[in-house]
Design a protein around this ligand. Structure first.
Ligand SMILES: Nc1ncnc2c1ncn2[C@@H]1O[C@H](COP(=O)(O)OP(=O)(O)OP(=O)(O)O)[C@@H](O)[C@H]1O
Length: 291
């Protein structure tokens, strides 16, 4: 089991503070979601954690070791950024996987082959000549088959079409169950992957806004559904994040804990209470002005 300890992390690019005083720790075998709007600092943070980029302040430790220019620490982290940096290479897919196999002690060649078949990526093709979606598929194949103790997908599956994205989610879940490890998924498209997350980190303008386990986050609000008039009466005085109508039925997303008395009132009124969608919460928490 590998752990990551980030303390007071800062990164300045010329005049831009991409990260400011970010601190958190992750340990245990689980899937964590790193959420943030465009420009929030996700790629910068993950690049520093993987040792691709050097911080300008603070520390990042992997199993107690600083990551910058330290192969002991960086060898434990596999970061797939976008389509995967490696997929731009002028080599065949097969050669690229052979290279990954030499680099990654946990590499599973048979599994990599199965994934290529699943995503219909031809091993003899030049990696950089693949379509954008197939390069994404190759990137996530390298990430999954690396079996690195810390595997990071930085928006790396977003170029996949819907069937391939769901194939990726299924493969990830099955593989993490069979080979437990720490996985970090960075995204701003949350709905599809939200159910995979056990932990959620939200970055906002370079600062860590929230680090919570996903169940606690979902319990921070509720979706109240039922007859529109009854929903309106129930939500009076509560913070409502959004509403949806379907005929006479309304669903309102309420932010803030509901005590047992209120929950009983909802039941008596025939209203349904469900956990709030992570996406709705994310939009609410980070919508303080577009950049
Ligand atoms: N090499 C760089 N030089 C200058 N500024 C940079 C550099 N890399 C990132 N930045 C700036 O740092 C901030 C964070 O960028 P970053 O790419 O980490 O955000 P992100 O959350 O990954 O965004 P997105 O979701 O749009 O990919 C942005 O303001 C960006 O312009």
């Amino acid at each position: 089991m590998t752990d990551i300890e980030v303390t007071g992390l800062g990164k300045r690019f010329d005049t831009v503070d991409a990260l400011t005083d970010v601190s958190f720790s992750l340990s245990g075998n689980k899937i964590c979601g790193l959420l943030g709007r465009n420009g929030a600092g996700k790629t910068t943070l993950l690049s520093i954690v993987a040792g691709f980029e050097r911080q300008t302040g603070g520390t990042v430790l992997v199993d107690g070791e600083p990551v910058w220019e330290n192969p002991v620490a960086t060898g434990k982290v596999c970061l797939v950024r976008g389509v995967g940096d490696a997929t731009a290479a002028s080599v065949s897919v097969r050669e690229l996987l052979d290279y990954a196999a030499r680099l990654r002690p946990g590499w599973d060649a048979r599994y990599a082959g199965e994934l290529l078949e699943k995503f219909e990526v031809a091993p003899e093709k030049q990696a950089k000549s693949l379509s954008h979606g197939k390069r994404c598929a190759l990137g996530v194949t390298i990430g999954l088959a690396s079996r690195a103790p810390v595997t990071i997908f930085d928006e790396s599956y977003l170029g996949l079409d819907a069937p391939s994205r769901y194939a990726f989610y299924d493969a990830l879940l099955a593989d993490v169950l069979a080979h437990p490890r720490l996985v970090i998924i960075s995204t701003h498209l949350i709905e599809e992957v939200a159910t995979l997350f056990e932990d959620v980190l939200i970055l906002d303008r370079g600062k860590l806004m929230l680090h919570e386990d996903a169940d606690t986050m979902r319990a921070a609000g509720a979706a109240v559904t039922g007859d529109a008039a009854l929903v309106d009466s129930f939500t009076l005085g509560l913070e409502v994040l959004g509403e949806r109508m379907l005929g006479r039925t309304k669903s309102a997303m309420v932010y803030g804990p509901l005590d047992e008395k209120r929950r009983a009132r909802a039941r008596e009124a025939g209203l349904d209470l469900d956990p709030i969608a992570l996406q709705d919460l994310f939009v609410h928490l980070t919508s303080g002005g577009a950049r």
